[in-house]
Design a protein around this ligand. Structure first.
Ligand code: ZN
Length: 315
């Protein structure tokens, strides 16, 4: 039994990198597209526990990245966006039961205004005893379409409120709707966070950029096992860099870190997957496809579930 277990753990080690997951609502059937039922959450927690995964706080992962340490494949980070009341009412007890840490990304404007569906400052303070608190913007805007002045003011207001109401200076930020581009990224960066989370499919390895951490959504009842197999693919997206001016993706040019990669698959929102050929680990292909969705993602997948994602958002 023991040697087998050892082999199996080794196999697990070879399979994947660390993973950050993102949840939104819990046990709230009014919004199926952003909801995770408590039954499914328990099933996922049991899966982590039975299969040797270690649920760690985001701070531990970020610290390892900053120090250039290897990232254990068994690490899982759980994050929750929007600070909905359903987290406090329905899910916090389960996180406590399993002693699983979490990072709650707070939408400060909703809490300050007392919106019904969102946690109060008092509830967030209570949750803080069991997890970490991050910032998720003050007005939850589509950031790519907002001016620099608007965005800086949004950060200032929200961060000032968190200081005033909770006495903390959040070290982590998550983009509303997972939407960003280079300009938004550099503004977020200027506020000095230790890490910034997106909502692109991917994993985290020692080569990941702490200012651009991929997170996998776990709403509904997804195939957790397949999500845990995803590995981080270091890649440089040379084209497209952002939303094309005429909304048409003409050329896709990506340099990956694997010089032997010759075949892969490319996904574009609204068009699905297509096979692509790479030369010495470089993808250079012509698509000429008009983007169908104002938030579109291009995903390059190489064998062994190695994934790199590029999001393009209409300004
Ligand atoms: Zn959000």
């Amino acid at each position: 039994m023991r040697p087998l277990l050892g082999l199996w753990l080794l196999a697990l080690t070879l399979l994947a990198d660390a993973h950050i997951f993102v949840y939104h609502r819990f046990g709230d059937t009014r919004y199926p597209s952003t909801d995770t039922s408590i039954e499914v959450l328990r099933k996922q927690f049991d899966y982590f526990r039975k299969n040797g995964y270690e649920v760690i706080p985001l701070s531990r992962l970020v610290e390892a990245l900053q120090k250039g340490k290897n990232i254990p494949d068994s690490w899982v980070v759980l994050t929750i966006d929007d600070s909905y009341k359903s987290f406090y009412d329905n899910a916090l007890a389960l996180f406590k039961e399993y002693r699983y840490p979490f990072t709650l990304f707070v939408y400060t404007g909703a809490t300050e205004a007392g919106y019904r569906d969102y946690m109060s400052w008092k509830q967030i303070e209570e949750a803080m005893k069991h997890g970490e608190i991050g910032f998720h913007s003050h007005t939850h805007p589509h950031m790519v379409s907002k001016s620099g002045d608007y965005l800086r003011e949004d950060f200032r207001k929200g961060l000032e409120l968190m200081k005033r109401r909770l006495g903390i200076e959040p070290r982590y930020f998550a983009y509303p709707y997972g939407e960003y581009d280079e300009r938004v990224k550099s503004i977020a960066k200027s506020f000095g966070f230790d890490a910034v989370c997106n909502q692109n499919v991917g994993a985290v390895s020692k080569e990941s950029d702490p200012m651009d951490l991929d997170r996998i959504a776990l709403t509904g009842d997804p195939n957790l096992k397949s999500k845990l197999k995803i590995k981080y693919l270091p890649a440089q997206w040379l084209e497209p860099k952002g939303w094309p001016e005429d909304g048409v993706v003409r050329r896709v040019h990506v340099k990956t870190s694997d010089p032997n990669a010759a075949r892969g698959r490319l996904y574009l929102t609204g068009y699905g997957w297509r096979r692509v050929a790479l030369k010495k680990g470089e993808l250079d292909t012509t698509l000429n496809l008009p983007l169908k969705n104002r938030r579109s993602r291009l995903i390059l997948k190489l064998e062994k579930d190695r994934i790199s994602t590029k999001i393009v958002v209409k300004p």
